[in-house]
Design a protein around this ligand. Structure first.
Ligand SMILES: Cc1ncc(COP(=O)(O)O)c(C=O)c1O
Length: 398
């Protein structure tokens, strides 16, 4: 059969094309176990999705097939959360004495897992400057097994050169993993650049409605088999009802992400010209320091952006509280627009020195742009920015 386009995959991905009768929506197999006729059959089903739901479930399978095809992977596995997917995948591939190379800017939970949890089991991680993929070469050791990436990053929207990083990994025989949550396979397909395993907090764009927690790993059959074995032991499997909701969200992934891209670019362009805004971080703005790389490895800029308010810390807090259409909440990727102050949420545990290095100031605001009308979002930002006084009045205020 001709290769299907992504819009079709999103809608039909997990269903069998020859299936002409029966329910159109994939049923929720809300069951922990599956009954069989006899013990011969019992033996046969142990490696199928009709044995015991911690091992797999037909509702999972439908969502897993859709995501694998969207990412260009052989197969995919669902997890109860993004952190479940990340921790189980890494644990599947390392043993005591191994070493990992990772970029310095990572989701807080991942950073904690690599820097504080894995050392308890004898696995060490070296971190390199995110935007300098060539630095991975310097820190590779004979016992290095994995390269861990995330692009674009939270909340400063830095990028990693995927082709370059994956080439270094191949040269040294490392398995590469990337957290592709922010980009989604609609904007970036890391496997095409040579990355081995793609991870997601499917809580975000994949599910898309801020109503469930979900994770996914996708890659080759061989690697997914190793990760599947780890998932069955560690037990981070997704509930079938959540898999049903994820599958429903996936059907509109392409149209949602296209709207997120359009809205975020419009908002970024508006903010960049606003006198109360010092800086806007968005990969598809020509002013982004890695704009050329962004347009080379991504087909859209995504729905996330951050801005630095040209005002005091107090004014910045008031700005975020004055927005009417943006809910003050962590997370991203849903249809509703959200606003958050990274110093209060995602990076509250990071030391002030480390925050400074990462470019996370008290004035940095992260916006997760939803799929509402862009003019309405811009009008809301405009009214909220009036709480910030003109630059000269607060020049020495903090
Ligand atoms: C980039 C990224 N990766 C992973 C995670 C963790 O995902 P979850 O909350 O689904 O465990 C998050 C959550 O915010 C995230 O933003």
């Amino acid at each position: 059969m001709k290769k299907r386009n992504r819009e079709t995959v999103a809608v039909h991905g997990g269903s069998e094309p020859e299936h002409k009768s029966g329910p159109l929506a994939t049923p929720i197999y809300q069951t922990s176990t599956f009954a069989v006729e006899d013990n011969d059959e019992q033996g046969r089903v142990t490696h199928s999705d009709k044995f015991y739901t911690r091992y797999g479930n037909p509702t999972h399978t439908a969502a897993e097939k859709t995501i694998a095809e969207l990412e260009g992977a052989d197969s995919a596995l669902l997890f109860a959360s993004g952190m479940g997917a990340i921790s189980s995948s890494v644990l599947a591939l390392v043993r005591a004495g191994d070493h990992i190379v990772a970029q310095a800017d990572l989701y807080g939970g991942t950073l904690k897992f690599l820097s504080q949890w894995l050392p308890k089991f004898g696995v060490e991680t070296s971190f390199v400057e995110t935007i300098r993929a060539e630095d991975f070469e310097r820190v590779v050791r004979p016992n290095t097994r994995l390269m861990y990436l995330e692009s674009p990053t939270n909340p400063t929207l830095k990028l990693v050169d995927l082709r370059r990083a994956a080439a270094i990994a191949k040269q040294h025989g490392l398995t590469t993993l990337i957290d592709n949550t922010f980009a989604t396979p609609i904007n970036q397909r890391p496997i095409e650049f040579g990355v081995d395993i793609v991870l997601h907090s499917a809580t975000k764009y994949m599910a898309g409605h801020s109503d469930l927690i979900a994770g996914v790993a996708a890659g080759s059959e061989k690697l997914m088999q190793q990760i599947w074995e780890t998932r069955t032991v560690l037990g981070g499997t997704m509930d079938p009802h959540a898999a049903f909701l994820l599958l429903r969200g996936l059907k509109t992934l392409v149209v949602r992400v296209e709207r997120h891209n359009q809205n975020a670019l419009r908002v970024a362009q508006f903010l960049e010209k606003h006198p109360r805004v010092k800086r806007v971080n968005y990969p598809f703005l020509p002013s982004h320091p890695q704009h050329a790389l962004a347009t080379k490895q991504m087909s859209g800029g995504g729905g996330l952006l951050s801005l630095e308010v040209d005002g005091t810390a107090e004014e910045t807090r008031r700005f975020t509280e004055s927005l009417r259409m943006f809910a003050l909440a962590p997370s991203l990727g849903g249809v509703d627009s959200l606003v958050t102050l990274p110093v209060v949420t995602s990076h509250s545990m990071v030391s002030p020195e480390e925050r400074k290095r990462m470019g996370i100031t008290d004035q940095l605001v992260r916006l997760a742009i939803g799929i509402e009308n862009a003019d309405d979002l811009i009008a809301d930002l405009e009214q909220a920015l009036t709480v910030v006084s003109p630059a000269k009045e607060h020049a020495h205020a903090d």
